[in-house]
Each structure stands twice: as C-alpha cells, then as structure tokens.
Design a protein around this ligand. Sequence first.
Ligand code: FPP
Length: 244
Amino acid sequence: MGIIQSKTLLPQIPEHVAIIMDGNGRWATRRSLSRLKGHEHGAKAVREAVKGCVELEIPYLTLFAFSSENWKRPEEEVNHLMGLFRFFIKREMNELNSAGVRINFIGNINKLPDDVQILVEYSVDLTKSNSKLVLTIALSYGGQEEIVNAARRLAEKVKTGELNLDDISEEEFASSLDTAGIPDPDLLIRTSGEKRLSNFLLWQSAYSELVFMDVLWPDFKKEDLQQAVDEYCNRCRRYGAVSV
Ligand code: FPP
C-alpha cells in the first residue's frame, strides 16, 4: 500500500461523516418521558445533521438508525421506530430531493415491514440523480453481517468461475459490501458519551477518525457537527505512514 501524502496533513473538511446516533432513551428518561419520545426528538436531530452537512459541503453522510441487534428491543419500541422511519421518509423525501440529497440505504432492508421497503425503494429512485449530499441510512444494519454477506458473494463468484481466488483484494472485497461506491468515512461520530463502534461500518472505519461527544442525540445541533469537524481538522491523519 502506498503512502498517501496528499491526504496526510491537510486539515480539510471530511468527505464522509458517519454518525452513531446514540442517547435517545437517556434523553427521554432524564425528562421523565417514554423512550419513544426520545426517538421522535432524535428524528428531528437528523434534519440538523443533514442541514449541517449541506452547509459545510460534506458530500457523504451515513447515519446508524437501526442495528441488526435492535430487533431485540421491546416490540412496542421496534414498531414505533418503524413508524418513525415510515413517517420520516414520507415527510422528508420531497424536501430532501429539492435540496439535492440522494437517499441511500444499507442493511438488511428485506427484514423491514413491506410498506417501509416500498418507501425505501421509492425514495432511492426519486433521488437517484441528486449529487449535493449522499445520505445513507443504515437500517437493520450490522457490520459483521455485512462482511459475512460480502464473503458469501465473493465465494459464490469463485464457485461459478466469475472470479479467481487470487483476484480477491481489499478493493474487490470493499466493492462487495453494502457501501460499494461510497468512500470510507473520514470522521465517525458517536453521541451520548459511549465509546464503542457497536458493529457499525467495521470494515469501512479502519482509518476513520473517531470523535465521541457527550451530547445526547436529540440535542445534536449543527454546531455539534461543526465542533466534531473542527476536531477532525485538528488531527493529523497518517494512514499507517509517517508524517512528512
Ligand atoms: C440509539 O439510542 C438510537 C436508536 C437505536 C434509534 C435511532 C433512531 C433515530 C435517531 C430516529 C429516527 C431516525 C431516522 C433516520 C428517521 P438509544 O435508544 O440506544 O438510547 P439510549 O442508549 O440512551 O437508551
């Protein structure tokens, strides 16, 4: 692997920001509200993150909205979250489309309720020609599951003779992931003070700068995004090489 000198020291705006939106439940509990209310306010913060990226001219934003493990939450909470995704896509897709946002999804979309799957497909199709911001929403997503699926796809290609074993490279593997065509995140933010990746973008975050913020997700504002970007800009990325 070559030494990436041009990207090494420049404090440039990240091309791709990924966010683990954490703390909806705690935000609600602190206000003696139900966890469901926390998720509703969390959905509002999504608009802040999108607006912030558009303003800062960050071309890729990926949000962890529902993990493959989140299916284990109480049925009422899962149903409420599905309702929020349904409502969010229906309500926001035209506005996002007008703002030049391309909507994209990663994860096991087949597990979502049928009508949510239809909305997912419709919003992706509606916005497919936009290029201001690629907003990727991870739904029923798990990084390990994604890696296993990619390995399966590659194994299948080798089995059918479409691919030689020796041609399996890091690039080939990356192009078999759900995020094929999307650059790896430069900056990965997690809110709520927790310091874990929780199975999010495991392959893709190999060289991401991690920023953990104490703010609970429903309180997240454009200024918090700016703060995380400032921290990113103050770091020196070496990609395993040495500073020049
Ligand atoms: C984690 O907080 C958050 C979630 C599991 C759901 C994220 C969903 C949203 C922000 C709402 C809608 C999103 C979109 C894209 C419309 P938590 O519930 O684990 O919080 P806790 O750790 O404080 O309990």
